[in-house]
Every structure is written in C-alpha cells, then in structure tokens.
Design a binder for this molecule. Structure first.
Ligand SMILES: NC(=O)c1ccc[n+]([C@@H]2O[C@H](COP(=O)([O-])OP(=O)(O)OC[C@H]3O[C@@H](n4cnc5c(N)ncnc54)[C@H](OP(=O)(O)O)[C@@H]3O)[C@@H](O)[C@H]2O)c1
Length: 259
C-alpha cells in the first residue's frame, strides 16, 4: 500500500521504534498519524513533529476497553502498526510465572486484540495493512528471554493463521522480524544493533512493497537467511548468546553482514 495519503495508528509511539515510525510516516506523506501510548503525556515531543497531522491516543495493550475506544476514535485508519511490546530479561526456570504471563498478555494478546478491533475499521475504509512487529526470536527461543521469545513466537503463529482471513477483507497482514535495535529495550546488552530509524524505514519499505514477512535491518536479513537455510543452527545460535554475537562479528569481519 501507499503510505502517502494513508491514515495510520502506531502503538508504543512515545519512544523507541514507535516514535521513529511516526516520523517516517509523516516524511512519506501520511495524512494523519494516531500516536498511541499508554501515557499520553509522554507524547508531547511526538505531537510537536507535526501538530496538524499527529493525534495522540491513550492505548494500553492490556486494557481491552482502551483498545476498543481507540478503534472508535481512529475510525479512519487504513494502516495499523502494532509496535508496542515489553521484554523482561528473566531466565525461564527462575522467572516468576507472572513475568511470563505479562509478556504473553502484552505482546501476544494485546496484539491479537488490536488486530480484532481494527480489522473491521480498516475493512470499512476500503482495506489497507496491519503490521505486527515481532522479533527474530519468533523463530527460536533465546536464553534469558524465554517469556519474550514465547510471546513473539505465539504472535507469529497468530499472524500466519489470521493472514488469509484478513486478505479476504482486503487487508495485508505483515509480520516484522527485526534484529537488535538501539532502544531502551536492549539498553546495556552488548550486541550489534541497528538504529530505530533504520528499522522504521525497513518496516515502511516492506509495507509499501506488500510483503508478508519483513526483515527490516541488516542483522534481520542475515540471520533470517540462516533460519531459512538451517533452522537447527539458528536454534542453537539463539540458545547461546555469546555464539550468536560471535557469529555476527565474524560475518561483519568477512563482509557478509554490513551495518
Ligand atoms: N529493541 C530491540 O532490540 C528489538 C529487537 C527486535 C524486536 N523488537 C520489537 O520492536 C518493537 C519496538 O521495540 P522498542 O525497541 O522500540 O522498545 P522500547 O523502546 O522498549 O519501547 C516499547 C514501547 O512499547 C510501549 N508499551 C509497553 N507496554 C505497553 C502496553 N501495555 N501498552 C501500550 N504500550 C506499551 C512502551 O510504552 P511506555 O513508554 O509507556 O513503557 C514503549 O512505547 C517491539 O515490538 C519489540 O519487541 C525490539
């Protein structure tokens, strides 16, 4: 779909990738961008990007009533970007059960509720796209991020199973699988990271190309290639972070990965 002239909503748009998505949507000529955040007061710098075109919306993925209310307010959207998520770095066997449930409720169920609430809206506006931002961890569990990986894998499965139903309603349902990004989520973790604007640009390029699966940055494309060629190698790399980081450094050294 064309971004120019579209009406978009972005969850988690107050910081990180979400904020850059709002900026990139404005640059590409979106008519309106609903900037959703659970604390609207944090959206002031985002509204300042273009007060005429950026409309703040209160939206917490764990509160269904707010999602439904947002679908009522943003009733003209043609592009929905489900970007918001949480990540808790607690190894699974030691993780409090609640911590894994929180990741599933926010990342998986929150995204699912968004898709359900906005499908009739986008369909009613003549079709468009819904984009679920996930992770390379949708394809393999990562040590120390067990609940996060599980939530992104479940969201990946829902994205695949819902895709035909949305296509029948004129909506492209895209999945996004980024590598490490230089945002608060990965603060203090030593790994190759792309800038949030690189990722936002890659996401919108994929949306404009109508892609089902969007690998928006160089690490995503490199590791996505390993997943497609050798899923077992991919699984073992993600289960062993030092090996994963070493493989990325080796690829950078050899020129196979250019960041
Ligand atoms: N950073 C990475 O390395 C990386 C890698 C692969 C994929 N991703 C994915 O990329 C997306 C963006 O991540 P990011 O790096 O930009 O993360 P981030 O900097 O941690 O920002 C997360 C955003 O999600 C919002 N959020 C959290 N819980 C929410 C809830 N219950 N309801 C509504 N909003 C909520 C946060 O709002 P508050 O400010 O209110 O907390 C914030 O705006 C996520 O889906 C993430 O899983 C990130």
């Amino acid at each position: 779909m064309q971004i120019a002239g579209s009406v978009a909503i972005v969850t988690g748009s107050n910081r990180g990738v979400g904020r850059e998505l709002v900026e990139a949507l404005l640059e590409r000529g979106a008519a309106t961008v609903y900037a959703a955040a659970r604390t609207p007061a944090t959206l002031e710098p985002v509204i300042a990007l273009d007060p005429q075109r950026v409309i703040p919306v209160e939206l917490d993925l764990t509160r269904g009533a707010l999602i439904d209310a947002a679908a009522g307010v943003a009733s003209d959207v043609t592009l929905v970007i489900n970007n918001a998520a949480i990540a808790q770095f607690v190894p699974g066997l030691d993780a409090p059960r609640q911590s894994i449930l929180d990741e599933l409720m926010t990342n998986t169920m929150g995204t699912f509720d968004m898709v359900r609430a906005f499908t009739p809206v986008v369909e009613g506006n003549g079709g468009g796209a819904i984009v679920n931002v996930m992770s390379l961890q949708s394809f393999a569990g990562s040590l120390g991020m067990d609940g996060y990986s599980a939530s992104k894998a479940a969201t990946h499965s829902l994205t695949q199973s819902l895709r035909p139903a949305l296509a029948a309603r004129g909506i492209v349902l895209s999945g996004v699988y980024p590598g490490g990004i230089d945002t608060d989520m990965l603060k203090g973790i030593d790994a190759p990271k792309s800038s949030p604007m690189t990722v936002a640009t890659g996401i919108l390029d994929g949306v404009e190309a109508g892609q089902d699966d969007i690998f928006p940055d160089p690490v995503a494309r490199f590791l996505g290639g390993i997943f497609q060629a050798d899923p077992k190698r991919y699984e073992y790399l993600f289960a062993n972070t030092p090996q994963l980081v070493a493989a990325l450094e080796e690829a950078r050294g050899s020129g196979d990965l250019v960041m």
